[in-house]
Design a protein. Sequence first.
Length: 211
Amino acid sequence: MENKENKFVFKDYAKGLIGALDLVKQDQLDAFFQVFDSYFGSNSNIYLLGNGGSQANAHHISGDFMKTFSIAGLKLKISCLADNVCHLTAASNDLSYDEAYSMLIDTIIDRDDFLIYLSGSGNSINLVKCARKAKQRNIKQAALTGFNGGALNKIVDYPIHIKFDDMEICEDLQLSIFHYIKQRLISKYSDCFANFDLPKYQKRTLEDLIS
């Protein structure tokens, strides 16, 4: 019997990713960048929220930004609300996973904080419930969504919507957008990075040494 090998090669995936990247709207990124930048030096918090792969991205992004800008002496209070597994499992067990984030509004999440949702569909009920409650409190919110944008795209103040029907590529876009935001911020605060000396990083990357 003939072996029908799947001919879906990496270049096919890359074409889809490039096509999705071309759909990103610069004006949405600019509006998001301005509000994100306003939290530097603030006592208010930026919180990232997501589920599954989007939660993993939120975890990476918050840690990456925390380390990079702290090394440069820039104050940015950023974290991922899903990092506390004890809270998520207890809230899900005692109440409902649907309420795991919304219950933090007025307790952990304050009026002057900034909520950022990462979601493929934009319709995850736990994120939507949180966004609706936060909107009632006039808390600033942004969302990175794919597919049709879902409810989140309509609720938040700063939507970044890429209409593309592929969950894996939607998750790639989340990281690409935040890596772009990070590099744009580094460029803006270049004076703080002028004496950015990381010898271990340089050895590992530029000098190709184990460090």
